[in-house]
Design a binder for this molecule. Sequence first.
Ligand SMILES: Nc1ncnc2c1ncn2[C@@H]1O[C@H](COP(=O)(O)OP(=O)(O)OP(=O)(O)O)[C@@H](O)[C@H]1O
Ligand SMILES: [Mg+2]
Length: 249
Amino acid sequence: MTQEKIIRLADVSKSFAGKAVLREASLEVGRGELLALLGASGSGKSVTLKTINGLICPDSGAIEVLGNPVSEMGEAELVPLRRRVSYLFQGGALFDSMNVFDNVAFPLREHLDLSPQDLAERVRSLLAMVHLEDVEQLQPSELSGGMRKRVAVARALALDPEIILYDEPTTGLDPVTSRAIAGLILDLDRRLDVTSVVVTHDILLVSQVAERVVFLEKGNFIFSGSVAEARRQGPAVVREFFAAGGSDA
Ligand SMILES: Nc1ncnc2c1ncn2[C@@H]1O[C@H](COP(=O)(O)OP(=O)(O)OP(=O)(O)O)[C@@H](O)[C@H]1O
Ligand SMILES: [Mg+2]
C-alpha cells in the first residue's frame, strides 16, 4: 500500500546553546497513521513535535507538513496550517482564567465566525466526544487532572484537524483515566481518520494504540517498527525501554 506522506522531516538538525538535540533526523508519517514517538526524557521528543507544528525552527534540514514547507514559513503563513495540525501541549495547558466553555470555544472564536447557538452546539458536541458533560461553567482549577486533559483534547479537536500531535497525553493520570484517554485517541483515529503522533513514556498506551513506534536517541530516529518488533528485535536501548515499562529514570 502506498500511503501519502503528510509529515516529512528530512535531515533536521536543531541545537540549543551549542547542544545538539536533533542531528540530521529524518522521519515520515503517512496519512491516517497512529505513530508513537518514544525516547528518554530530554531526547528531543517535544522539540520534534514543535518543529512539525512550526513552533521551533530547525537550524538545517527540511520539514514538510500537508505539502507545506513549514521550516520556510513565517508566522502569518503558519496560522492557517495550525488549523489543520493541532498540538496537545505536554501538561495539556488550559487557560486558567477561562471556564471550560471558553477554553474549548477559543480556537473556534479565533478561526471561525459561528453564531452563539452554533458555537454552543459545537462546544457541547466536542465535550461529548471526550465524554464530558455539565462541566462548561467550571474553571480548570475545579477539574480533576484527567478531566483537564480531556478538555484539552476537546479543544485540540475543535477545528477538525487532519493531524493531532499529542505530547504525553496520559502522564500523571491514574491507570483508569489513562486507559480512557488511550481509548479516546484510538477512537478519534478510527472515526475521524486523523493522523496521530503520540509522544509518551506510557508503554501500556503504546501497546494499546500504536500502529508504529519510532525511537529517538542521540538526535536520531534509531528505530521504526511495530510494538512487537520493538520488543523483540529493536536495538538494545529500545528493548530496555520496553522492559523497564517505558521509564527512563
Ligand atoms: N526552547 C528551548 N530552549 C532551550 N533549550 C531547549 C528548548 N526546548 C528544548 N530544549 C532542550 O532540548 C532538549 C530536548 O528537550 P525536549 O523537551 O524535546 O525533551 P523531551 O524528549 O520532550 O523530554 P521529556 O520526556 O522530559 O518531555 C533538552 O535538553 C531541553 O533542555
Ligand atoms: Mg517532552
